[in-house]
Design a protein around this ligand. Structure first.
Ligand code: ADP
Ligand code: ZN
Length: 539
């Protein structure tokens, strides 16, 4: 594809340069290929199907679950003279028929379709006659029961792709857990070796922090400290903040608490009427409110670049959800802080929430288990002792953008003030822990490593001769909970990895090997000696 053709189409869409990763995705599509594009929300995924849609003959179909987003995009395209339309349940029958006629006449370059439309009798048959060059599936993780946002109506998309068999398919998602990515491919009927493009997860201007708190009083103090640090004082005009709350009630209470302290704060949650929600959102985007206290209902379409802090009063359900929400800070590229408060009692709370049946369907036990693990990943991250920024990028598989310490998260700052003696001690501890992993790797999980290091004899260890090695009982003086916690910190630090899905077994990563051999020092914070109750048991 000639660069000048691409540049022209880019200009027609209103941009002058590609962002990292966009060009690769577009090239694959223009060559008649299929791809899974994994990039964070706001990463610029829509351009990757809009631009090919302009260049290819025929009508590109875009499946999207978010009506507001479809409307925005169609309005934007139409304003640029690009004929586009959308099909969703908000249209009355006459309007839908009119648009369908247009579609069949080839009047549109792009047609956005809400997935539930695909179930309407006759609709898919019409699409069959269209001969469309490209189908894009936005928010493709909604097809995955393992994902954090499963939508049953997404099941229709696999059928559609089988029937249409379009030459090009682009599946887009911000979810990067490998199991979900693989399930997306299977359910869309795409080959397992479909290229997965992964870009743009780094947000180096965010200072990420996680704090284990003892209760509401400490939490309030943390919130106040972050607000004072980032916004200075009520009405200072230095930007804005979002405080995410786990419940509607807490959104109300926290906004009242902050208002009483002089902040221009407002609450936003799904329990408010549409009118009140619109008022709250407008107050925030137009600058009349400087803080919004909100449940996760708040977020779509927030257009405020100067968010200087995103504080979570409790952990959301997964690293994906957390990163999407904290990602609303510092959109203007300026410095911003993300603080997530959590406490041990969040674990049983989340477990109960997962096990209570939803209004529309009861998830099966495997799905509950999977979501529980997504949550534990977030808690392990929060409880971890490695650079927060790098740990998140590693989770998403975006190794290329890790910084080997961002220098601004709470862990990096704590490590910065650690003296060399402590670094040496921490390195020795890491070497002991990792040598235990080396003994059981590719055979057993973390539990056996804990037994080995504790010196607890057990059938399988004996059979393998592991009760007679020097590593057996190497950390006899530590509690089981301490070793577990320390090992899970080695996981978040990227020294220990896992293989296998059903029964994950441990292995040392390249970094882990280098540390175990003493080729590198281990910059981490081992858990404190005095043991609190372990956060992430199992694992
Ligand atoms: P996603 O679908 O990945 O959440 P969008 O496609 O909506 O993200 O893009 C997010 C924002 O980035 C939009 O405001 C879009 O206009 C902007 N954007 C995308 N690509 C570019 C680019 N190459 N140059 C400048 N802005 C871009
Ligand atoms: Zn860091």
């Amino acid at each position: 594809m000639a660069a000048s053709t691409l540049d022209q189409a880019l200009a027609q869409l209103g941009y002058d340069a590609f962002r990292p990763g966009q060009r690769e995705a577009i090239d694959i599509l223009m060559q008649g290929g299929r791809a899974l594009l994994v990039a964070p929300t706001g990463g610029g995924k829509s351009l990757c199907y809009q631009l090919p849609a302009l260049l290819l003959p025929g009508t590109t179909l875009v499946i999207s679950p978010l009506i507001a987003l479809m409307q925005d995009q169609v309005a934007g395209l139409t304003a640029r003279g690009i004929p586009a339309t959308f099909f969703a349940s908000t249209l009355d029958a006459a309007e839908a028929r009119l648009r369908l006629d247009g579609l069949m006449r080839g009047a549109y370059k792009l047609a956005y379709i809400a997935p539930e439309r695909l179930a309407l009798p006759g609709f898919r048959d019409r699409l069959m006659k269209l001969g469309c060059p490209l189908v894009a599936v936005d928010e493709a993780h909604c097809i995955s029961e393992w994902g954090h946002d499963f939508r049953p109506e997404y099941g229709q998309i696999g059928e559609l792709l089988r029937e249409l068999n379009p030459p090009r398919v682009l599946a887009c998602t911000a979810t990067a857990t490998p199991i979900v990515r693989d399930e997306i491919l299977v359910r869309l009927g795409l080959p397992a070796d479909t290229p997965q493009l992964l870009r743009g997860f780094a947000r180096p201007n965010l200072a990420l922090r996680a704090a284990e708190i003892s209760g509401p009083r400490e939490r309030a103090a943390r919130v106040d400290a972050v607000l004072a640090e980032t916004l200075f004082a009520p009405g200072a005009g230095r930007g804005s903040a979002i405080v995410y709350t786990p419940t509607r009630r807490l959104a109300e209470e926290e906004s009242q608490r902050l208002a009483a302290a002089g902040w221009r704060a407002t609450a936003y949650h799904a329990g408010l009427s549409g009118e009140l929600r619109a008022l709250a959102q407008a107050a925030f985007t137009e600058g009349r409110a400087e803080i919004v206290c909100a449940t996760n209902a708040f977020g779509m379409g927030i257009d405020r670049g100067d968010v200087r802090a995103v504080v979570h009063l409790g952990p959301p359900g997964s690293i994906e959800a957390y990163y999407q929400e904290v990602g609303r800070a510092g959109r203007d590229g300026g410095n911003a802080v993300g603080l997530m408060c959590w406490q041990q009692s969040d674990l049983p709370l989340r477990r109960r929430l997962l096990e209570s049946p939803g209004s529309d369907f009861t998830p099966d036990p495997d799905v509950i288990e999977h979501k529980w693990n997504l949550f534990l990943e977030l808690i392990r991250w929060a409880d971890g002792a490695a650079c927060r920024h790098d740990a998140i990028l590693r989770y998403f598989g975006d190794e290329a953008e890790t910084l080997h310490g961002c220098g601004r998260c709470d862990v990096c700052l704590a490590l910065g003030s650690v003296d060399e003696v402590s670094v040496e001690e921490a390195t020795q501890l890491a070497r002991k822990l990792l040598s235990g992993i080396a003994r059981v790797q590719n055979r057993y999980g973390l539990k056996q490593a804990v037994r080995l290091l504790r010196g607890e004899s057990e059938d399988r260890l004996e059979r393998d001769g592991l009760t007679r090695v020097a590593t057996f009982g190497l950390l006899r003086d530590r509690s089981e909970a301490w070793i577990q916690r320390a090992l899970s910190r080695c996981v978040t630090a990227g020294w220990i990895g896992f293989s296998g899905d059903q029964h994950p077994v441990v292995r040392l990563t390249d970094d882990g090997v280098a540390i175990m051999r003493g080729q590198r020092s281990a910059r981490w914070l081992p858990p404190p000696d005095a043991e609190r109750s372990a956060a992430s048991n199992g694992g």
